[in-house]
Write a protein that binds this ligand. Structure first.
Ligand code: MF3
Ligand code: CO
Length: 250
């Protein structure tokens, strides 16, 4: 069931999203050679708690941390570790969210550590822009497939591929709600979009093939072909005036 949110709910959810975006911004700003993924996770967690939120990934289906931090050929769900140091030239995807007063925010971005390859830069630019193409398609009266198609067509026209096995989602009193928001599909298909829907739109884009595999840790998702991957996500609300991004930092 897709839950449409009222104005009161949206104002609480906006706070969860503000906290989520602030934590992502702070963790992203701390990406530099030698920093560990556990240190980035701690920065995010401390910020979320300081704002009266709680890290909503922690303990979700047993997930052990605040953030998912996925480097280079890791797509999503990398587990922060004291042993994993970020190196110059890495691209670092950070995905995290906060719960505040019963409502969730969720966002992600890929950050460059120092100078990265021109392919990595292009992958990050195309993935970020594909998110904005998807968001622009989130209008009342449209369909979920309009978002999917906007992302997929933009990405594939630039020679990259969209991951199929993981998708975006509705969000609200639960981190994951209906509907699913795939990053691939046909325009004009899927459920109808309506004012009050809150969606986490989150393209995961591989430089090579779209295939992925999961490490034996049960979480870390890698590209099957070893190619680089990037991930950008915003929590968005559909309004009569069009889509509004909720995950905006102060
Ligand atoms: N970041 C995922 C999403 O955007 C959720 C992470 S699941 C967790 O939907 F278990 F890692 F938290
Ligand atoms: Co999400």
């Amino acid at each position: 069931m897709v839950v449409l949110k009222t104005g009161r709910e949206l104002s609480v959810m906006r706070e969860a999203c503000r906290i989520s975006a602030g934590a992502l911004k702070m963790a992203g700003a701390a990406v530099e050679p030698g920093v560990t993924t556990a240190e980035l996770d701690e920065i995010a967690e401390k910020y979320i708690l300081s704002q009266g939120g709680t890290p909503n990934f922690k303990n979700y289906e047993g997930y052990p941390a605040t953030a998912c931090i996925s480097i280079n050929n890791e797509v999503i769900h990398g587990i922060p570790s004291k042993k994993r140091k970020i190196e110059a030239g890495d691209i670092v995807s950070i995905d995290l969210g906060a719960k505040f007063d019963g409502y969730h925010g969720d966002n992600a971005a890929t950050f460059a550590c120092g100078d990265v390859s021109s392919e990595a830069k292009r992958l990050m630019d195309v993935t970020r822009e594909s998110l904005y193409k998807g968001i622009a398609a989130a209008i009342p009266g449209g369909r979920i497939g309009d978002i999917s198609h906007a992302v997929q067509s933009f990405v594939e026209a630039r020679g990259f591929s969209v991951v199929r096995e993981f998708v975006g989602h509705g969000i609200g009193t639960h981190l994951h709600e209906a509907p699913e928001v795939p990053n691939f599909g046909a325009a004009g298909h899927g459920i109808r979009l309506a004012s009050g829907m809150t969606l986490a739109i989150e393209p995961m884009v591989n430089a090579g093939n779209y295939g992925v595999k999961v490490l034996p840790d049960g979480w870390t998702v890698l590209t099957r072909d070893g190619s680089l991957s990037a991930h950008f996500e915003h929590t968005v609300v559909i309004t009569p005036d069009g889509p509004k991004i909720m995950t905006v930092a102060d």
